[in-house]
Design a protein around this ligand. Structure first.
Ligand code: KIV
Length: 275
C-alpha cells in the first residue's frame, strides 16, 4: 500500500509505529520498499556515507536531486523524503520554496526534510503553502555541527529542553507533517511526542517516539568511520562484502573464476576459420 503523509497521521492516531530508513540509490530503495518500510529518507548523510565528506555541509542540491531521483525510481510504496541540503533554505523563504520545488520536480520526492525550529518556520509555512509536505528535524541537526562544537546529545539542560519543546510545537504549527528528533534524551523525546499531534521519528531519541529512522549503512555494519551509541547493527554486511571481495580476488588470481558456466560459447567451425 502506498505510504503518504496521511499514513503518518493515521499511524500517530492509531498508535502504530512508523519505520524510516535512508537510501541513496535505486537498488537499495527497491530492497527497502520490498521489505515494507513506510518511508525512505534520502538523507544528506549521503555526504558522509556515500561521498566520504567529514560532515553534511558540502552536499549540494545537485547531489540530492541525483540520488533522490534514483531512490524514487526504486520506491513503489514507501514515502520518499529528500533532505534539503545546507544553505538551500536557510538563506531565504524564496530559496526554500524554489529548492523544495526542485526536489519534488527533479528529485521526485514525496516530501522534503529540513533542519531547525522557530527560525525556519517561515520557510516551512511557505513550502507547505506551495503544496509540498515538510518533515522537520530537531535536536542534533548535523548541518549546525560547527555551531554545536561536535556531535553531542541535545536538550539536556532545562533551557535547552524548553527550547526543544517550543521548537517542536512551532514546526507543528507551521505545518510540518512529522518531526525527526535526533540525539535527544528519551524522557524529553517522550514528552515532545505526547505534546504533538504530528508523529515524531526518533534517531537516538528512545522507544517512545512514534517512529524510528536509521542510516542503512550503520544498521547493516557497512560504515565504520563512526558508530553512534544509538545504532543497532542488524547485520554485518560490511564483513560479508569484504569476504566476498577477497574470495573474488583469490579466484581471479588462481583462475578459478570465471568457470565454464560463466563463459559464452561460439561454434568450433567459426573459431577454427580465425586461426
Ligand atoms: O541525513 C540523514 O540521514 C538524517 C537522519 C540521520 C535523520 O537526517
Amino acid at each position: 500500500m502506498k505510504n503518504t503523509v496521511l499514513t503518518f497521521q493515521q499511524a500517530k492516531e492509531k498508535g502504530e509505529k512508523l519505520t524510516m530508513l535512508t537510501a541513496y540509490d535505486y537498488s537499495t530503495a527497491r530492497l527497502l520498499d520490498e521489505a515494507g518500510v513506510n518511508s525512505i529518507l534520502v538523507g544528506d548523510s549521503l555526504g558522509n556515507v556515500m561521498l566520504g565528506y567529514d560532515d553534511t555541509i558540502p552536499v549540494t542540491m545537485e547531489d540530492m536531486i541525483h540520488h533522490g531521483a534514483a531512490v524514487a525510481r526504486g520506491a513503489e510504496n514507501a514515502l520518499v523524503v529528500i533532505d534539503m541540503p545546507f544553505m538551500s533554505y536557510q538563506t531565504s523563504v524564496y530559496d526554500a520554496v524554489v529548492n523544495a520545488g526542485r526536489l519534488m520536480k527533479e528529485g521526485h520526492a514525496g516530501a522534503v526534510k529540513l533542519e531547525g525550529g522557530q527560525e525556519v518556520c517561515p520557510q516551512i509555512q511557505a513550502i507547505v503553502a506551495a503544496g509540498i509536505p515538510v518533515c522537520a528535524h530537531l535536536g542534533l541537526t548535523p548541518q549546525s555541527i560547527h555551531a554545536f562544537g561536535g556531535y553531542r546529545v541535545q536538550g539536556k539542560t532545562e533551557a535547552a529542553a524548553k527550547k526543544l519543546i517550543e521548537d517542536a510545537k512551532a514546526v507543528e504549527e507551521a505545518g510540518a507533517f512529522a518531526v525527526v528528533l535526533e540525539c535527544v534524551p528519551k524522557k524529553l523525546a517522550d514528552l515532545i511526542t505526547k505534546n504533538l499531534q504530528i508523529p515524531t521519528i526518533g534517531i537516538g531519541a528512545g522507544a517512545g517516539c512514534d517512529g524510528q529512522v536509521l542510516v542503512y549503512q550503520d544498521m547493516l555494519g557497512m560504515f565504520s568511520d563512526f558508530t553512534p551509541k544509538f545504532v543497532k547493527r542488524y547485520a554485518e554486511i560490511g564483513e560479508a562484502m569484504k569476504k566476498a571481495f577477497r574470495e573474488y580476488i583469490e579466484e581471479v588470481g588462481s583462475g578459478a573464476f570465471p568457470a565454464a558456466e560463466h563463459e559464452y560459447k561460439i561454434e568450433d567451425d567459426v573459431i577454427e576459420k580465425l586461426y
